[in-house]
Design a binder for this molecule. Structure first.
Ligand SMILES: Cc1cc2nc3c(=O)[nH]c(=O)nc-3n(C[C@H](O)[C@H](O)[C@H](O)COP(=O)(O)OP(=O)(O)OC[C@H]3O[C@@H](n4cnc5c(N)ncnc54)[C@H](O)[C@@H]3O)c2cc1C
Length: 324
């Protein structure tokens, strides 16, 4: 089978080739946690960071629900600590991105932009990407009122007025969660009916803190240091108005970063890698950790936990299958 593994770098030089016992794709909580455990197992893991060093958590200002930090910890700071701890035990971090893989035989071949790796085991921790609105103000105010995670950030919006974007199950689930904190939750939906399941809809309609703005989209998020308002456009009448808001929660879906493996590993209907409690994929020696295989929890602590579990399985796999 030809998986189009390029042996040449972008400037057409032959790529360096390296044999590694453990290759970890991704530098989020799952990847660094897997790196820590396999490094402590003396396996000298190599971590390919991908384009987002630290993963999604590096985008957030403060993390208050990761154990061990009673006063919270900056997203960037947490990632730096993860990296430092893994490197202390011998993990090697490469600023590189996997571009193609051949999992048909061991060692597995992973071609990245700068090198080709032959890996006795592979831990996939490529995470997921929340779908963005791609409107002015969104990137600038992420972590300053714009959020993609109510469980993570709801606490910051005690007695505040927030806007939620979306009409599916997660938009309603997260809105109901936000009622614990926020004074009001206004759900902005571009159609005049919700996609979410009937039970969730009933609960949301019955909740006095939740109201709806139908047939509308947000065209801009306004604010200098923090979110102050959203610009709303009625898609039926075309009218535009600004509405004050302290926060904007965007729940229009997540893309797991798994396209690279689609022809070789089993994915579920949403594109998440199929796994079991032991973090196996359908190919022995290839493990998944974190959001690439987890549509359910999507937290730093759970992703880090899965990274540790995948690493322990990789260590066991190597002990059973690869001779020194
Ligand atoms: C704005 C925001 C705030 C959040 N706040 C919190 C919070 O307060 N508390 C909490 O518990 N959770 C929070 N979350 C969720 C949390 O960040 C994620 O659950 C967690 O980061 C998932 O970890 P992960 O390691 O599975 O993947 P990710 O963090 O998604 O990391 C994926 C990694 O894979 C890399 N990668 C992708 N493709 C490739 C490739 N081809 N080759 C090599 N590397 C690749 C990326 O560069 C990245 O380093 C937040 C999420 C967001 C977006």
């Amino acid at each position: 089978m030809d998986f189009n593994l390029s042996g040449f770098s972008i400037n057409n030089q032959p790529k360096e080739e390296r044999h590694v016992k453990v290759l970890i794709l991704g530098s989020g909580p799952a990847g660094f946690s897997a790196a820590l455990y396999t490094a402590r197992g003396n396996l000298e893991p190599v971590v390919l960071t991908g384009i987002e060093l630290g993963g999604q958590v590096s985008l957030t200002y403060t993390v208050e629900n990761y154990p061990g930090f009673p006063d919270g910890v900056g997203g960037q700071q947490l990632v730096e600590l993860f990296q430092k701890q893994a490197e202390r035990f011998g993990a090697r971090v490469e600023f590189d991105t996997a571009t193609s893989v051949d999992l048909s035989k061991r060692p597995f071949t992973v071609s990245a932009e700068n090198a080709v790796y032959y890996a006795d085991t592979l831990i996939i921790a490529t995470g997921a990407t929340p779908i963005h609105l791609n409107i002015p103000g969104e990137v600038e105010l992420t972590g300053r009122g714009v959020s993609y995670c109510a469980t993570c950030d709801g606490w910051f919006f005690k007695d505040k007025n927030v806007v939620v974007v979306g009409g599916g199950d997660s938009a309603l689930e997260e809105s109901l969660f936000l009622t614990r904190y926020a004074k009001s939750i206004t759900i902005v939906h571009r159609r005049d009916e919700l996609r979410a399941g009937a039970i969730l809809q009933r609960r949301a309609f019955a909740e006095p803190k939740i109201s709806f703005i139908w047939n509308s989209v947000i065209t801009e998020i306004l604010g200098t240091d923090k979110v102050e308002a959203v610009r709303l456009k009625d898609v039926v009448t075309g009218s535009v108005r600004d509405q004050k808001a302290d926060g904007v929660f965007i729940f229009i879906g997540h893309h797991p970063n798994t396209q690279l493996f689609a022809e070789q590993l089993e994915l579920d209907e949403r594109g998440y890698l199929k796994t079991d409690v032991l973090m196996h994929t359908n190919i022995a020696g290839v493990f998944v950790a974190g959001e690439a295989g987890d549509p359910n929890y999507r937290q730093v602590v759970t992703s880090a936990g899965m990274g540790a579990a995948a690493a322990m399985q990789a260590i066991r796999f190597l002990e059973a299958n690869v001779e020194e």
